[in-house]
Design a protein around this ligand. Sequence first.
Ligand code: AN7
Length: 355
Amino acid sequence: MSYFKQWPGLIKAYEKWLPITNKTPVITLQEGGTPLLELKYLNELIGKNVKVFAKYDGLNPTGSFKDRGMTMAISKAKENGCEAVICASTGNTSAAAAAYAKKGGMKSFVLIPDGYVAQGKLAQALVYGAEVLAIKGNFDRALKIVQQLADEFPITLVNSVNPYRLEGQKTAAFEIIDSLGKAPDFVCIPMGNAGNITAYWMGFNEYFNAGISKSLPKMMGFQAEGSAPLVLGKTIDNPETIATAIRIGNPVNKEKAFNVRKESGGKFTKVSDEEIIKAYKILGKEEGIFCEPASASSIAGLLKMKDEIPTNSIIVCVLTGNGLKDPDCAIKNNDALFKAGIEPDIEIVAKSMGF
Ligand code: AN7
């Protein structure tokens, strides 16, 4: 017996907004429909009667927003008779590509920068049965290679140059408006290849043009200081940051991103690794939300621009990936009291607890 109607996944939920037909096989893990959580501690921290929300996309089936794009890209690949997919990835795209490819009965190849993918993401790609090729080079190099491979061999590229990825990802903007009843004033979002900021802007515009929302948000994009090509306006040859997900020096969607900034009247800003970790800890300790460091850059960015926020603003920060993806970062960066090697004796344990 079923008590609750299940969320059907974003393709079914938003089918009339997506480029699918009744011939498209829907490959889904019931992604999307993620929580929009009010962040009470951040409301207080910023003051001015603002309301800050987190779009918690780390709660997708493979733990990141990439599932939104992948359900579309893989469904369309299946529709077109494709048998194998390929991507370059800083980790999350590879996890999602691997999972959805398997769900759709396809093979997946993923190229990752050797040594720079968080453990959880690597584990996922392996468990979902991808063929994982770790290259001695960064993401930008890997992307060039997969683009050429997809041109030469019968294999579909599922990086965000694949237009179906952005179509799927735009549904997060729909969900935000469906939850708030209107568009927010600001959206704070981490940027790597800038596919997601582009997709959100598409989604907000589609609802706006259909009259469902009466305004458009300002899109605030954030990058890590050592990996900020979109903020600096130039390619970074050797990007570096603790937020390995956004360790990208030459974003493929850069022109689109600049256009989003211009059209929305938004701003791109860089945040340091220290600021990212500070925000990461605040989310964990004060809000009970565990996100990965790249995602915390949206909160770090909001804190950085806090003086520029008008009174009564509604702000949505996009938390793109789950904290469990990067356990090394969590274990190295927390303020918890951790006592090890305690004797299994009730008195000793009680004493260690301060009683
Ligand atoms: C957690 O997985 O590029 O600006 O290969 O994993 O749309 O690229 C990941 C990107 C933000 C940036 N937050 O999004 C990959 C990859 C997290 C991410 C981004 C990524 P885009």
